[in-house]
Structures are given as structure tokens and as C-alpha cells.
Design a protein around this ligand. Structure first.
Ligand code: SF4
Length: 375
């Protein structure tokens, strides 16, 4: 990386991972790449006086470039990959009736909760890596040869809404031959601090676009950041006739919003699939108890540890209340509405990746070994 800004690292008082970022952007032997989670773009602006839900992604990209990051990409891109893999896995299980319900795997807070409290249900969690980890696995594979040729090392920085993503990136199963899928994770709050440390005037930054080819995401990949978003993305991918905006609003009205436990059913080739969406681990716990007691049945369940989903993650700006959550979610659904690509399987760059480096390398996107249960 090449640092194009003055960085007074000595001024850091709070314990965070920004020091690691400053270190790599100054190291010329590194190719420094960043990925930005969907939820970050509708919240970071609050640290600079904007309203919740205001989208500042163009400025975030510009700020990271000024700080010295070489390439900036969208985690919503790998969320599209997650949707494709997870819906495939769902269909396989739905046909055989095995290991249902299928639980989503993208929230490490939920995965850890399940490992500790419901180890008998871990097999029901999707084998798909989360979008953060899929991105890491793909980027490291993508630059493997080039790094060797250029005698460089690729470093991946994730900008995420929560500290649980730091713990996820550090799990042992996400390291291969000494190479970590994700090297550094900073939260939205840490990014705001990083921008201030760099002396960047955020308000006056000229917006920039993501780099390609990992910078183009569907609206489905973007709504991952709000409760209900993953379920909506997976169903949208499964539907043969893709719904337009207004049909989508109606079809998914039950999975959107802030109700504790949401349910919906969809008709897929004449078969009914039953879906539940929960956010907040208390609600997940309650739902699992009801499933175990036979009171409820579902085929697919989305679980997010944070009430509201990632838009309300612990690394997001504060204060966090119902209004902030609603504002941020609205920002994400707005991005879906204005996106040219609605469904993950119509993202041409994702599909060409599946034809390219992922063709014989599907295992890059899955994880089978769960970490030992911690007490
Ligand atoms: Fe992190 Fe919360 Fe999102 Fe889970 S729901 S990934 S804990 S921000």
C-alpha cells in the first residue's frame, strides 16, 4: 500500500485495530485491499453529522483510498455468492428433507451461540461461509499467483458493523497454509476514527466508485445488512419469475420490519416453503425452544444476533434506537430499489466467477469444521 495521508498514529488512545491498518498501508510489499459490509454505508455518516440511512459509500471508498488502501470492494458482492451457495444447499436439503430447518450462517454471534447452547443443531447451520469470509477466501485465491510473481503479500481489511466479525476472522478454520482469509477487521466506529486520524475532511470528500471486478453487487446482496434481508435474497434467487419492486414490497412485507419473530411462506414449484426470521438471541432462543417442542415448523430460518440485524451491530455509531434502526434499514432497501441488479443470480460478475476460479474450487466457499465449543 501507499499512504497518501498524514497519519498521527501516536494520537490513538482507544484500543482498536487502526494501528494495524496504518502499518500495512505503509508497507510497500503489501497489496492492501478493503471490503465494506452493507450495513456500514448507511451508518458511518452519523459520525459526521448525517441522518441514519444516508448512504455515504462513495465517500467511504474515497477515504480508504486516501488512507492508502489499494483496492476497495463490496462485501455485498460476496453476499451474492452466499445467496447462490445457500439457496443451492437449501434446495438439496428441501428435496431430501434432511437437516431442516436450514439456519443461516452469516452472523458469527448466532453461530457461536448455537455452538455453545445448541450443539445438536450445528449441523442445521448452513455450511456456507459468511460473506466476509467468502470474500477473503476468493480474494486470496484470486491474487495467489500474481502475489508470487510480484513478490507481494495481499492483506485484506474488512470494515464491519460488529466486533463479532473480528472473532470470526480469527477462527482457526479460516486459515489455510498460514494464509488468513481476512487479516484485519475494523468496525464502522473504528473507520470513523481512522478517517479523523488521517485528517480527512469527510464532508468535502469527492465520491468514488468501488473497484472492479468485486465491486458490483445486486440489491439482494445489499439488504443482507437488515433483518429479513438474507431470507428475502434467498427467496428472490429461488423464484423463477423475478418480482418487480412493487410485487417485492408486497411479497416480502412479512419478512421486513422490526417484529421479533417474523414468518412467511412461499410457493416454489407447487411446494410450500416455510420461513422464519429472528433477530436478537433471546428471540432465537425462544424460537428454537418452540421448534424443539414441536410447536412450530420451518424449512429455512434466518438468525441475526443483533436486534434489527447488522445495521444495529455493536460496532456501529451510537446512539442506537428504533428510529436509527428504521432509518438505516430504509437506506438499504432504497439501495435495493435503485439497483440495476435485483437478484444474486443475475449478477454477471458473480456468475462469471463461478465459471472461472470457483469452478473447481467450490470448497473455498464452505466450512465444515466448526470450532470447538468454548465454555
Ligand atoms: Fe455482527 Fe450483529 Fe450482524 Fe451478527 S447481526 S454479524 S453480531 S452485526
Amino acid at each position: 500500500g501507499q499512504c497518501r495521508a498524514v497519519c498521527p498514529t501516536a494520537a490513538i488512545i482507544i484500543k482498536n485495530d487502526n494501528g494495524k491498518v496504518w502499518e500495512v498501508v505503509h508497507d510497500k510489499s503489501k497489496r492492501v485491499i478493503a471490503q465494506i459490509a452493507p450495513a456500514v454505508r448507511v451508518a458511518l455518516g452519523e459520525e459526521f453529522g448525517l441522518e441514519p440511512g444516508q448512504v455515504t459509500i462513495g465517500k467511504i471508498v474515497a477515504a480508504l483510498k486516501k488512507i492508502g488502501v489499494d483496492e476497495v470492494y463490496d462485501t455485498a458482492f460476496s453476499a451474492d455468492m452466499t445467496v447462490i451457495e445457500e439457496s443451492k444447499e437449501f434446495l438439496e436439503r428441501f428435496e431430501t428433507g434432511e437437516k431442516l430447518p436450514l439456519f443461516t450462517s452469516c452472523c458469527p454471534g448466532w453461530v457461536k451461540f448455537a455452538e455453545n447452547k445448541y450443539p445438536d443443531m450445528v449441523d442445521n447451520i448452513s455450511t456456507c461461509k459468511s460473506p466476509q469470509q467468502m470474500f477473503g477466501a476468493v480474494i486470496k485465491e484470486y491474487y495467489k499467483e500474481k502475489d508470487k510473481d510480484e513478490n507481494k503479500g495481499t492483506i485484506l481489511i474488512s470494515v464491519m458493523p460488529c466486533t463479532a466479525k473480528k472473532a470470526e476472522a480469527a477462527r482457526e478454520e479460516f486459515e489455510h497454509n498460514g494464509v488468513r482469509d481476512v487479516d484485519i477487521v475494523i468496525t464502522t466506529q473504528e473507520l470513523a476514527l481512522l478517517i479523523k486520524e488521517a485528517g480527512i475532511n469527510f464532508e468535502q470528500l469527492e465520491e468514488e466508485s468501488f473497484d472492479m471486478p468485486f465491486g458490483l453487487a445486486s440489491g439482494s446482496g445489499i439488504i443482507f445488512g437488515a433483518t429479513g434481508g438474507v431470507a428475502e435474497a434467498v427467496v428472490t434467487r429461488l423464484l423463477k419469475n423475478k418480482p418487480d419492486h412493487n410485487t417485492k414490497d408486497l411479497l416480502f412485507s412479512n419478512v421486513r420490519g422490526m417484529d421479533n419473530i417474523k414468518e412467511a411462506s412461499f410457493n416454489l414449484d407447487g411446494k410450500e416453503i416455510k420461513i422464519a426470521v429472528v433477530h436478537g438471541l433471546n428471540n432465537a432462543d425462544e424460537l428454537i425452544k418452540q421448534i424443539k417442542s414441536g410447536k412450530r415448523y420451518y424449512d429455512f430460518i434466518e438468525v441475526m444476533a443483533c436486534p434489527g440485524g447488522c445495521i444495529a451491530g455493536g460496532g456501529q455509531p451510537i446512539p442506537m434506537n428504533l428510529e436509527t434502526r428504521k432509518g438505516r434499514a430504509k437506506g438499504l432497501y432504497r439501495l435495493d430499489r435503485i439497483s440495476h441488479i435485483k437478484s444474486s443470480d443475475t449478477n454477471p460478475l458473480v456468475m462469471s466467477l463461478f465459471e472461472g476460479i470457483l469452478k473447481d474450487n467450490h470448497e473455498l466457499l464452505h466450512v465444515h469444521k466448526k470450532m470447538e465449543v468454548e465454555s
